[in-house]
Design a binder for this molecule. Sequence first.
Ligand SMILES: [Zn+2]
Length: 167
Amino acid sequence: MSGRQNVAGTGAGADAPCKALPLRYNAPMPIRRIAVYLWAGPTTCIGLVLVILAITSGGSARVVDGVIEAEGGLVEIFLRRIVGLWLAGGASAMTLGHVVIARNRACHDRTRAHERVHVRQCQRWGPLFLPAYLAASAAMFLMRKNAYRDNPFEREAFSQAGPVSRD
Ligand SMILES: [Zn+2]
């Protein structure tokens, strides 16, 4: 017998060096989840206005993986015509916090991976997401780059989710 005992559950010897406790506090999952929704809440509230617009004008909405997806009605016109004023051809979908609006259900299916990257950006940036996104687009425009494609938020979404086919 060597006289060494195993520390319960670790399999490490009693003379193994002590592991330092992590300094970062990890809140329990439900609390973290609520905090993330609250942090993104101001942006989500803008998205909720568009959800109401969609469902009161013939569109529809549902929850997919913790995100409200709305499409159709006036939201379809908004993405096609209003967004089309500064983005050629308009947008297929758009993320506002934990809300994603799209022209129709097929657009949600095509763009979901891309838009989920934007959801994670909203979770990181919270209420600063929209100002930061718009400032990044303005900076790209002033640098004579493409205000959409060269925007770092879009570059991250395209690099993580791949290209999005247009309808
Ligand atoms: Zn995008």
